[in-house]
Design a protein around this ligand. Structure first.
Ligand SMILES: [Zn+2]
Ligand SMILES: [Zn+2]
Length: 340
């Protein structure tokens, strides 16, 4: 496996594209980077280092639908006839031009549910209108589900469905007979905590779903993870525990906001947690606050009211809510609302 690093100045963090295949197997990319002229040139240059061009790609596996991962898939497919594979839950977001963040948010009246002020909603819509220009050309896709396998020369890649950040987010487990490693997309990142709640409005109980995915990673005990951004993670289980601890700590902060204010909405909680937000964070901040409130509601800790949410249980049993990320787990050193 080769790692091709892309700059990606549009979103935070460098994108990684992974290249598989040799004389005996199909040339396979996991993810493609963003459809900007810079992203395109960097991927072309990265492939050229291995004597390859877009036209040589036989197969593209997408970890999820976000534009910084799927952006160039359609363009590469147009040059190479590559088969593009994506989890069935994310296929509509990759193939249909009218499926995007905003349409999904509006369909669910989430701005209203989250309490986003009109001027901030407009600021976000203006930002996303630009964002959609880098969506890239839509590919035709084949879908897969958990457990699907793909031969790529000396290694086999097995799809591992790890939803939360996106509904169809899938890692790919590598086995070469010895260590098990995971190409992890945005389910596990080395620096930031992947956004849940705002990054894919279609996910049911985004926090609970994501915590289940972290548990699956912890229990699989991979030797290494190859994330969608930045550098490899040498202790994936440890990193998953850190992220779980971060969410437990965030839940504690949400509870303390609720103790101070009788009733509150996701926007207000978000402002308390993250301060003033602009561009994509207008979606990720309240989205993440809402993911916590929604999860607390499912656990019977809060109830929905006309004004947002109110506490039912001021001192819930967090050990029961967080299987991992308890006091013995080390807290992460840095947290941010987002990595798209
Ligand atoms: Zn990403
Ligand atoms: Zn993402």
């Amino acid at each position: 496996m080769k790692r091709i690093q892309l700059g990606n100045t549009v979103f935070e963090g460098r994108n990684d594209v992974y290249l598989f295949g040799d004389d005996t197997g199909p040339t396979t990319l996991v993810d493609t980077g963003v459809a900007t002229s810079e992203g395109r040139e960097q991927l072309r240059d990265g492939l050229a280092e291995y004597g390859l061009s877009f036209g040589d790609v036989d197969r593209i596996l997408l970890t999820h639908w976000h534009h910084d991962h799927a952006g160039l898939a359609g363009e590469i497919q147009a040059e190479s006839d590559a088969t593009v594979y994506v989890h069935e839950a994310d296929a509509p977001m990759v193939t249909e031009d009218d499926m995007n963040h905003v349409a999904e948010i509006e369909e669910r009246s989430l701005f209203e549910r989250w309490g986003v002020p009109d001027e901030k909603a407009q600021e976000l819509l203006d930002f996303l209108a630009l964002h959609d220009q880098i969506q890239g050309r839509s590919p035709t896709v084949e879908t897969f589900t958990d457990g699907a396998t793909f031969e790529a020369g000396a290694v086999e890649l097995e799809a591992v469905h790890l939803p939360g950040h996106a509904a169809g987010l899938s890692g790919f487990e590598l086995s070469d007979g010895e260590d098990r490693e995971l190409v992890s997309g945005d389910v596990l990142l080395p620096k930031y905590t992947p956004n849940v709640g705002g990054a894919d409005p279609r996910v049911e109980d985004p926090l609970g779903t994501y915590l289940d995915s972290l548990a699956r990673i912890i229990e699989a005990d991979y030797a290494r993870a190859w994330p969608g951004h930045r550098d490899p993670i040498d202790d994936p289980s440890g990193r998953a525990r850190e992220i779980a601890a971060h969410h437990r700590e965030r839940t504690e902060r949400v509870l303390s906001v609720l103790r101070e204010r009788a009733e509150t909405d996701a926007w207000t909680v978000s402002a308390d947690l993250f301060g003033d937000l602009s561009n994509i964070h207008i979606m990720h901040g309240p989205g993440e606050a809402w993911a916590h409130l929604d999860h607390l509601e499912r656990q019977g800790v809060v109830e929905r009211t006309d004004e947002g949410y109110a506490l039912l249980d001021a001192d819930p049993d967090l050990d029961a809510m967080f299987e991992y990320g308890g006091a013995s787990d080390e807290a992460p050193t840095e947290s941010a609302t987002t990595e798209d």
